[in-house]
Design a protein around this ligand. Structure first.
Ligand SMILES: *[C@@H]1O[C@H](CO)[C@@H](O)[C@H](O)[C@H]1NC(C)=O
Ligand SMILES: *[C@@H]1O[C@H](CO)[C@@H](O)[C@H](O)[C@H]1NC(C)=O
Ligand SMILES: *[C@@H]1O[C@H](CO)[C@@H](O)[C@H](O)[C@H]1NC(C)=O
Length: 442
């Protein structure tokens, strides 16, 4: 029996010295602390234990259970569990390397090899950038290795891995926490954190973390930029069309154009389905326009429009003016003004309504003055024939212009597009939108 034990003991000692039997890996972050736990065999509870580095000569001993703790090293011998725990504080990169936990005894001491890795407390070299808009929401996709499918997933603000789990805003154990929601697609090994009701303060760095049982957790970094929501004030007149211009930035993939009405962006009714009243046109890579034909008082309110309801949109406050004058004085609109009406979100029927009567009034004054001049000239009998002819032809030109302008006004009043080619545009654009929504459903 004694021989047997002795033989076993020799094998154990040999293993320890070679370091092959029990190598303990520990990991820590720069500036933080790390705990090294070394178990030892029963029977050595009362012996002196120590931690040493490199060759473990006398000067390589960092702390022993007979010494007082220092600010850098703290040793604790749990004699019940027969484990010594050494805490190394304020880790530096040069602390990384090979250590030994030793048990002092007569003859050769017992050793356990420890390998310490020190990592920078910053993540990561590659950062994915994402953008969203105030009051909207954003989804952060965090892919992970398939081997961690059952591990805890979490996300935290900032870029310090050492404190990320402690300060996690959400973990896969909680799923929902205020504006944060975590879903885990285990099949494709991606977890997604959705942040809703975004504010400008949600901008900044985030770390996706996956907890590991051995070694440091794995992280990926995301930089979120929350942009301010742009607000436009637009007004229109009952019975007239108004055009809203909406952003349609090219950088968004799988984008879907939308226009919806409601005070809350996230609870707002899609109105583009009503294609008779809301005409989508002029879709370009940067914006699209929606004309509301035949405004009603009930159309006043808050609208949101853009492409992809979460990523790029603006807020539009539409006021609808109802006025009696609009029935007596019909606004006259030129082709140029129709174009500018559709290109600028600020320009509305109201401006046309005030400018055009003024132009008319000026014309009337001109005609009146002309009449006065003619009257004066005929009375004074000093008629200049050439000058009169010129004036007469001018009057003819002006009245022709008025006639043309009124023809154009007819198009506006009936809210039908000025020519067939525009008609075709609207048709193709609506088709385009339908295609997009079909894509969205797929
Ligand atoms: C070192 O500190 C730990 C924890 O504060 C304590 O349990 C242990 O007894 C101390 N060891 C020595 C040798 O002072
Ligand atoms: C959404 O808006 C409608 C009316 O606009 C309201 O009745 C409803 O309660 C709102 N829902 C939420 C979740 O706010
Ligand atoms: C269509 O949109 C483009 C780009 O925004 C603009 O330059 C053009 O004037 C618009 N055309 C019409 C008819 O609104």
């Amino acid at each position: 029996m004694w021989i047997c034990q002795h033989v076993l003991f020799i094998i154990f000692t040999l293993n320890c010295v070679s370091g092959a039997a029990s190598l303990i890996h520990v990991f820590g972050y720069e500036g933080k602390e790390v705990k090294i736990s070394c178990p030892y065999i029963k029977g050595y509870e009362s012996y002196e234990k120590y931690l040493c580095k490199n060759g473990c000569g006398y000067s390589d001993i960092l702390i022993t259970t007979l010494q007082r703790n220092t600010s850098k090293y703290l040793i604790y011998d749990d004699t019940k569990k027969t484990i010594i725990t050494v805490t190394i504080s304020d880790l530096r990169s040069h602390d990384a390397g090979k250590y030994w936990c030793g048990v002092s005894r007569l003859g050769k001491d017992l050793y356990t090899e420890v390998q310490l890795e020190v990592k920078k407390d910053r993540c990561c070299d590659t950062v994915s950038k994402i953008q969203s808009i105030e009051k909207g929401s954003v989804s952060i996709s965090c892919p992970y290795d398939f081997e961690y499918v059952n591990n805890l997933k979490y996300i935290c603000r900032g870029n310090r891995p050492s404190t990320c789990l402690q300060q996690a805003v959400i973990t896969s154990d909680t799923k929902q926490n205020g504006q944060f929601r975590l879903t885990d697609d285990r099949k494709s090994s991606i977890f997604t954190v959705t942040i809703s009701s975004l504010t400008l303060r949600d901008s900044g760095s985030y770390l996706c973390g996956v907890q590991r049982k051995v070694g440091l957790d794995v992280f990926s970094a995301v930089e979120l930029e929350v942009k301010e929501l742009e607000l436009f004030h637009i007004s229109g007149i009952v019975g007239h069309p108004v055009t809203l211009q909406c952003p349609n930035p090219p950088e968004q993939r799988d984008k879907k154009m939308f226009l919806c009405k409601g005070d809350q962006h996230n609870n707002c009714t899609d109105i583009m389905e009503n294609q008779r009243k809301f005409m989508l046109h002029n879709v370009s890579s940067s914006c699209f326009s929606v004309t509301i034909t035949d405004l009603e008082a009930a159309d006043a309110g808050t609208y949101y429009c853009g492409s992809d309801s979460q990523l790029s949109y603006i807020k539009i406050q539409l006021t609808v003016v109802s006025t009696d004058q609009s029935s007596t004085v019909s606004p006259i609109i030129t082709d140029e003004q129709i174009t500018s009406l559709t290109t600028s979100p600020h320009l509305t029927d109201v401006t046309l309504f005030y400018i055009l009567p003024a132009v008319l009034a000026l014309l009337l004054i001109l005609v009146f003055l002309l009449w006065m001049v003619l009257k004066y000239k005929s009375r004074s009998k000093k008629v200049d024939g050439v000058g009169l002819n010129v004036l007469n032809s001018d009057v003819g030109m002006i009245s022709n212009d008025i006639y043309e302008l009124q023809e154009n006004a007819v198009y506006m009043n009936t809210s039908s597009p000025p020519n067939m080619s525009n008609h075709d545009d609207i048709y193709t654009n609506i088709l385009y939108r339908k295609d997009l929504s079909q894509l969205g459903n797929m």
